[in-house]
Design a protein around this ligand. Structure first.
Ligand SMILES: [Zn+2]
Length: 449
């Protein structure tokens, strides 16, 4: 018997964790955490007692008590006995937090399969932020065209276009038939053909089920249907009008396509692009993967790297700056040359504005989704910085996700027997464009075939 059990992503965006059980195999598709994981009980200073491992998470029902899943370290004082792994593997569709973050709880003896590019990003991120604590796993990398056998279950990764490089969907060839899983995907990005490859491959396999994301399947879609090309042309227009003043751009730190877009925007208006050191480290790391096209930090003289002037530099930063020589710039340089630059500011680097002293009326291009929550504290703070420094705000962003119409077209093209919506707040809407929809419920095994 083949079953699917969903432990996240049910009626919510993010937190995908799907358990596929087939004969001897027990395989996870993604190991994410929702963006607001535990926020109904925890906030800033009110934190779970990590000294007791998973005790608080279990007690509050935030994590399932599954034997043979968690690491000994997280169970030691949690009041739940450690057992050797009872799972075959975890497959990670892409690097985003809401698909990876609960890997940190996983027994490191369980193999974790992920794309070559995803592993590079993970390593770079770990070196530059030390925030994820994910290094100890038994990682095994894959590429499109390969397939992985996990205790007799064949899992085939197929690239898709998304707002992170090295994103994949999966075809899971179970004894009951093929189950397709989209991960997160879009068609309007620079690599739309990858998503079409996935759709084509899924269709060919006549899947018994399609587990699909539905971030933008909603009565109202707040995300404008911008393409990456439109983000570029709009930003060039804005930067072109900013004569004599600074241009800032803020975007998701791992959105490499967006970095490339802003390199081209800067070149398009005869400016140089200043990126944060972390972003430069990521680009340098990804340059090792010949299948991912990234701006050339080492050779492109139009790329400058920002030095935040920490009292003590980390080794990675020292090495990076040594390689770049006079293309490392500080706030003094940016202040004096602001009309010749486009500057990357992510929300953690907003205070650099204090030293950059942008001229009033400088441009601030917000190249991320519009805040969806009204009480988004980060976005509220960023907006106040923008107001304080009298910057002009522009909103240009290409979403990482397909629109509702594109999702419905994809479902029609693949024609699965059953559609299972995840990563959406409106799973009920899928009945508008799919005849057999099953809504997953957390922890409820769903028999297949
Ligand atoms: Zn994603």
């Amino acid at each position: 018997m083949t079953t699917l059990t969903f432990y996240g992503g049910c009626g919510e965006i993010g937190g995908n964790k799907v358990l596929v059980e087939d004969r001897d195999a027990r395989v996870w598709l993604d190991m994410g955490s929702t963006f607001d994981f535990g926020s109904e009980y925890f906030t800033q200073y009110l934190m779970p007692r990590d000294r007791f491992g998973l005790r608080d998470y279990f007690a509050l029902g935030l994590l399932p008590k599954l034997p043979g899943l968690y690491s000994q370290e997280w169970l030691d004082r949690a009041g739940f006995a450690y057992e050797p792994p009872r799972f075959s593997a975890a497959f990670i569709s892409h690097i985003h937090f809401d698909h990876t973050n609960h890997l940190k709880f996983l027994d490191p003896a369980i193999p974790v399969h992920l794309g070559v590019g995803t592993k590079i990003i993970l390593d770079s991120w770990e070196i530059t932020t030390r925030s994820m604590d994910l290094l100890s796993h038994d990682y095994r990398t894959f590429r499109t065209g390969g397939s992985v056998d996990a205790d007799g279950l064949e899992v085939e990764p197929i690239h898709v276009d998304h707002s992170a490089p090295a994103a994949y969907g999966f075809l899971v060839h179970t004894s009951a038939g093929t189950i397709a899983y989209t991960g997160d995907l879009r068609q309007h990005g620079p690599h739309g053909e990858m998503t079409r490859d996935f759709i084509e491959a899924a269709k060919t396999n006549e899947p018994i089920a399609l587990i699909t994301e539905g971030t933008r399947v909603a009565p109202q879609d707040p995300r404008a249907n911008f393409t990456e090309a439109l983000v570029k042309s709009k930003s060039i227009e804005t930067a072109g009008k900013a004569t004599g003043k600074a241009v800032f751009a803020t975007f998701y730190p791992r959105d490499v396509d967006r970095m490339r877009t802003f390199v081209e925007v800067a070149k398009g208006v005869g400016r140089r692009f200043v990126i944060q050191a972390r972003a430069a480290h990521l680009l340098l790391s990804l340059a090792q993967d010949t299948r991912i096209q990234v701006p050339d930090v080492l050779r492109d003289s139009d790329l400058l790297v920002y030095d935040r002037q920490f009292e003590r530099q980390d080794t990675w930063e020292k090495n990076l700056f040594a390689q770049l020589g006079d293309r490392v710039v500080t706030s003094d340089y940016v202040r004096a040359h602001q009309d010749e630059l486009v500057v990357q500011l992510d929300f953690t680097t907003m205070p650099e504005l204090v030293d950059i002293q942008p001229l009033p009326g400088s441009s601030f291009i917000h190249s991320k989704s519009e805040p969806i929550e009204e009480n988004d504290e980060v976005e509220a703070a960023v907006a106040n910085w923008v107001r304080f420094f009298k910057l002009k705000r522009f909103q240009y962003h290409a979403s990482g996700h397909m629109s509702e119409t594109e999702i419905s077209d994809m479902i029609r093209a693949i024609a699965p027997k059953t559609v299972i919506p995840v990563h959406t707040e409106y799973p009920g809407r899928f009945t508008r464009f799919a005849s057999h929809v099953v809504q997953p419920r957390v922890g409820d095994p769903m028999p297949m075939g």
